[in-house]
Design a protein around this ligand. Structure first.
Ligand SMILES: [Zn+2]
Length: 137
């Protein structure tokens, strides 16, 4: 971690460093915007209370009390733990218009947010398990 740069609170590392620190699945999701196969991630059916942090940089992303069973095959949340900890960007790849969700600290790809979630936000943050690390309470 010696040559990890932190610029304005951001974590910046070379792709080689990320490749060294992350598992191949974490690297594919966070750095290459891959999507894990539905119903395959370790946190889809996770019900333990705790805090989900970024698998890349450890920033707090979601709390377990915002997690719900959407049946979509990925861990789903109604809201981030802190708005400032996630960035949202318009994504027009794969012939769809979606909103991409990124970690605001390391710019890692987390998943997408859709407007078909339950109340009160009406949002569904559909997040790859590989991008998350649960810190059980
Ligand atoms: Zn991060």
């Amino acid at each position: 971690m010696s040559d990890t740069k932190t610029t304005g609170g951001k974590v910046e590392k070379s792709e080689a460093e990320w490749r060294k620190e992350l598992t191949p699945m974490q690297y594919a999701v966070l750095r290459e915007k891959a999507t894990e196969r539905p119903f395959s991630g370790e946190y889809e059916h996770e019900h333990r209370p705790g805090t989900y942090t970024c698998a890349g940089c450890g920033q707090t992303l979601f709390e377990s009390d915002a997690k719900f069973d959407s049946g979509c095959g990925w861990p789903s949340f109604t809201r981030p733990a802190l708005e400032s900890h996630v960035d949202e960007e318009r994504d027009v790849t794969h012939g769809m218009v979606r909103t991409e969700v990124l970690c605001s600290k390391c710019n890692g790809h987390l998943g997408h947010v859709f407007e078909d979630g339950p109340g009160p936000t009406g949002l569904r943050y559909c997040i790859n398990s590989a991008a998350l690390k649960l810190q059980p309470k």
